[in-house]
Design a protein around this ligand. Structure first.
Ligand SMILES: Cc1cc2nc3c(=O)[nH]c(=O)nc-3n(C[C@H](O)[C@H](O)[C@H](O)COP(=O)(O)OP(=O)(O)OC[C@H]3O[C@@H](n4cnc5c(N)ncnc54)[C@H](O)[C@@H]3O)c2cc1C
Length: 386
């Protein structure tokens, strides 16, 4: 099936089958319940649309084709979870597909692709302890060798989906570098201390603070090589940033549709809201921003499809798209007045979700800072040549 056809079927599935669940009482502050996730995935499986971006023999669609499918999935905040293209599983599946051994794939990747398991990526640590956040080199979680095992101790924070995950991808310092370990969950040595109350609510299991105490991991559960963890995290990071952009583009598009419907139907001062220039301009700005976001994603996806790492490009795309889509969501709220901030539509949720997106997978300022360093290097090189 062509990607455009998959995307069309995904869009129809999300609009007809997933959207009605948006008011389901099992959509909680810490994401949809496990029961709801399983129910939605059964429907996606029956429709032949589960994990639609990964085909036979684990082959992924190209990044540009993935953009079509994930935008369609994102049209509902529940769509990515229903179709098994949500964060962090989607990025984790990508990483395991690229780096894991054949045995590791059977054990850790296959259940994820089948949509029967969820995973969590353990990198960030509590700010109060001075751990890794914007700066991963501050990582305090340590792994030490012990016979043919490694023993991990530390504390992690904001771990999406840790509650309920059965596959853990844990990053720990090993000497000067960091190493990634694949872990079966739950494990008594991995204790969820609390699920944080955060602004967003679309990701199953929410975001947890997790204590890791004496976690024993066999050496054959190391992902790739010892001390190469930060390199592998980069493999995951550039595409994962972009897939967030793709999904949130879908969500912002839907919020815009809802705001347009409101502005056409709702009257004030003798005419539909959309006929007031102040409202019409906001919707026009939305249309422009959505198109800019789409083009930025398409450009960056093309760079990744060429085989380039796309580190700077995905930074630029993430900063630009998260800002553009936040503007769209904000204007949707404004156009809809009180309804915009109420739970009567998903516009309010889309606004909250996209606010958080400016922080995870690298805060906007960190991306700009690293771009500025690159600009300085390039400028100095040009000046030296001149
Ligand atoms: C909803 C959500 C889900 C998440 N899921 C996961 C997950 O599954 N796994 C995981 O490991 N982590 C996860 N995170 C953590 C996320 O990656 C971190 O929040 C992020 O890296 C920032 O780290 P921090 O929160 O410690 O902020 P800090 O490092 O304390 O930074 C705070 C602010 O300082 C500013 N800043 C930092 N450095 C610079 C700089 N060089 N120049 C200018 N300004 C700067 C930025 O504005 C930044 O927002 C998640 C976070 C959120 C909010």
């Amino acid at each position: 099936m062509e990607a455009a056809e998959i995307a069309a079927r995904v869009e129809q599935f999300v609009r007809e089958m997933v959207v009605p669940y948006e008011r389901d009482s099992r959509c909680g502050a810490h994401g949809p319940s496990e029961e709801l996730v399983a129910e939605l995935r059964d429907k996606a499986r029956a429709a032949g649309l589960l994990t639609p971006h990964i085909g036979a023999e684990g082959r992924h669609l190209s990044h540009r084709d993935t953009a079509l499918v994930l935008r369609a999935a994102g049209l509902s905040p529940l769509g990515p979870v229903a179709l098994n293209v949500a964060a962090p599983d989607e990025g984790n599946m990508y990483l395991l597909g690229r780096v894991a051994t054949a045995e590791q794939k059977v054990r850790f990747l296959d259940p994820l692709v089948a949509g029967r398991a969820r995973s969590a990526f353990f990198m960030t640590e509590p700010a109060a302890d001075g751990g890794a956040g914007s700066d991963p080199s501050m990582m305090q979680t340590r792994a030490r060798p012990d016979g043919n095992h490694w023993v991990i101790d530390g504390c992690k924070a904001f771990i999406t989906g840790a509650q309920g995950a059965s596959v853990g991808i844990v990053m720990a310092k090993t000497g000067e570098g960091a190493t990634i370990f694949l872990v079966d969950l739950p494990d008594p040595a991995v204790r969820i201390e609390r699920v944080l109350d955060t602004i967003d609510s679309s990701m199953p299991g929410g975001h947890s603070v997790v204590a890791i105490e004496g976690l024993r991991v066999p050496a054959d559960q190391i992902l790739g090589e010892v001390d190469k963890g930060f390199d592998y995290a980069q493999i995951r990071l550039a595409p994962a940033r972009l897939t967030h952009c793709m999904r949130w583009l879908g969500a912002a598009t839907r919020a815009h549709e809802i705001a347009c419907d409101y502005a056409v139907k709702r009257h004030a001062f003798g005419k539909p809201l959309i006929d007031h220039e102040g409202v019409g301009f906001q919707l026009a700005d939305n249309r422009i921003a959505l198109q800019q976001a789409l083009l930025m994603i398409d450009w960056c996806a093309g760079v990744l499809d060429s085989g380039a790492p796309g580190i700077a490009e995905s930074s630029m795309a993430k900063v630009a798209v998260s800002d553009l889509l936040f503007g769209v969501a904000d204007r949707c709220v404004q156009v809809m007045g009180g309804t915009g901030v109420s739970g009567d539509t998903i516009v309010e949720q889309v606004f909250r979700e996209i606010r958080a997106f400016r922080i995870y997978d690298g805060p906007t300022e960190v991306h700009k800072w690293s771009l500025a360093k690159r600009i300085k290097r390039e400028t100095l090189a040009r000046l030296t040549l001149a």
